[in-house]
Ligand binder design. Sequence first.
Ligand SMILES: Cc1cc2nc3c(=O)[nH]c(=O)nc-3n(C[C@H](O)[C@H](O)[C@H](O)COP(=O)(O)OP(=O)(O)OC[C@H]3O[C@@H](n4cnc5c(N)ncnc54)[C@H](O)[C@@H]3O)c2cc1C
Length: 409
Amino acid sequence: MDLTEHHDLRSNALPWDAHADDLPPADTLPVRMVDVAICGAGITGAMLADRLSEQGLSVAMLDRRYPACGSTSASTALVLWEADVPLSHLAGRVGIDRAVRCWRRVHRAVRTLADHALHLPRAHMKARQSLYLDGTLLDADGLAREAALRAAHGFPSTFLSAEQVQQRFDIAPRPAIFSGDSYEVDPVGLTHDLLDQARDRGASLCWPVDVQTVSSADTHIQLTTDRGVVEARHAVLATGYERARLFLPEAFRLRSSYAIATAPGTAPLWRGPAMMWEASSSYLYARTDAEGRVIAGGGDEDFHDPDHRDRLIPTKAAEIAANLSRLVGRPVEPRETWAAMFGSSPDGLPAIGPSAAFDRLWLASGFGGNGVTFAALAAELLTASLTDLWDKDMDCFDPYRFGASRDAG
Ligand SMILES: Cc1cc2nc3c(=O)[nH]c(=O)nc-3n(C[C@H](O)[C@H](O)[C@H](O)COP(=O)(O)OP(=O)(O)OC[C@H]3O[C@@H](n4cnc5c(N)ncnc54)[C@H](O)[C@@H]3O)c2cc1C
């Protein structure tokens, strides 16, 4: 059995494809043992390599694709600390103390990411607010309770009535939670910037290299690839939605998602720079970018067959455009439309932590709508663990918290 699944992760041209020509150079496989081998050079692998190399660790990144050309290139890259499962729902599931601890840790990761990335040249990271509109998960009363719970625990969120939303943002009157500390980013530019920083500190970036197996020795991990063997004191599987089936429980599921981008110069379609999303399990969301495109997505489906997924692109793109148009009261013309594999977890939180099978083998899988934020979180948690400072919040994101079986969660 291959170490990780092989998937067609995305389709069609994407707004970020311009950067794909601007690839970092490929290094040869390291001949000496490195401190950390990272399987995967998407946003998660890049954030890990940046932080670990900053701490003076020797790092090798290995990817079977071009760097940043997996799911990272399909991302719409709203950087939010609010997870897909509302705080009030998570509290019902795991208790308020643990729910708040999880959310605080995610919130902290966004702020630390901003400290590290706001100055990076190709990341185009910009501070934004978010507007979380009513939906099938939370109606007006649910949003008001959610906002009060968040505020009581120190999160920067306020409830707005439908009339306040209409007046302030010039969109359809819908109740919402307005929050601060969010960002938009160019996901490919950010990944390339982080990879460059790590390479400047001596990290190697080896592609195309397919990691086929991992095995554990007393003092190290051995990774067998199609180009040779790499030895590392620790290894991290940052392979996104190409799951390492032997190590990642089935509660982390695959889906399909759809997105559109308008021509540059289309924005503003609503007043102010807030990003918008709905309190639904398959939600409409929208933001603008540095060139004035409006980027929107949604229409998630529970299957992940790529042919089925891609056949639906015209229908899904039209639906997203029509839903956004209804919300903002103006026509929305998609110029680019795409579909991609997506991942979800029962609590909307990622799988980050030690693998149950091998010592020295770690998982960093950002399932849920906050994959960019979860990449930053993985970098914080695993850098602490690999430099002997165990992070007290590690248990919140334990890959085995739903059990290890197919039906868990
Ligand atoms: C349509 C869409 C919209 C999204 N919107 C948002 C959003 O608004 N905000 C947000 O925060 N997140 C969003 N996400 C989620 C986020 O983009 C992803 O979670 C994130 O990009 C995943 O990054 P990654 O590095 O973990 O995975 P990837 O970018 O897929 O990188 C993993 C890499 O591992 C490599 N790999 C796998 N197996 C092997 C192997 N055996 N050997 C060598 N290499 C291997 C792959 O080639 C790949 O390059 C969105 C995702 C999609 C698809």
